[in-house]
Design a protein. Structure first.
Lengths: 82, 82
């Protein structure tokens, strides 16, 4: 059993309205040190396999095809378990 | 400058329709090993401070008040930088 976390974030050059909204909310609550807020997704996949190598290849493929939109998003992932 | 990642996920007992939709999409693309997909948020905060202790306290507070809905979501976070 493997567990993978895929982190999908908007590319740095893309405006993040959700992040801006959160920043404004935090500003209005008097948190003064916040420079930037960006919101991304974390997709947790539980895989019924022990083959980490194949899993790595497949997750990279899935990320490109389904989980992230490569035009506006970057992704990264880690895999835990055995 | 500190950078914090806050991970907000639905509690295990809460149904995750977005995760189910992704699982179906991956099933239909013939990825057979996938047991479960859950979708959460990762909120990246850039803080203009070096005080990790205060930042930790504040981020915990923000998570409870703004970033997560404690009734249906769990959160965790890490802080990097100095």
């Amino acid at each position: 059993m493997l567990e993978a976390n895929v982190y999908v974030r908007l590319k740095k050059t893309i405006t993040d309205p959700q992040g801006l909204a959160i920043k404004h909310a935090l500003d209005s609550l008097d948190y003064k040190d916040i420079e930037q807020v960006r919101v991304g997704k974390v997709i947790t996949l539980r895989l019924d396999t022990k083959d980490k190598k194949t899993a790595t290849r497949q997750i990279d493929e899935m990320s490109k095809k389904v989980l992230a939109n490569p035009i506006i998003e970057d992704y990264s992932f880690d895999i835990k378990g055995e």
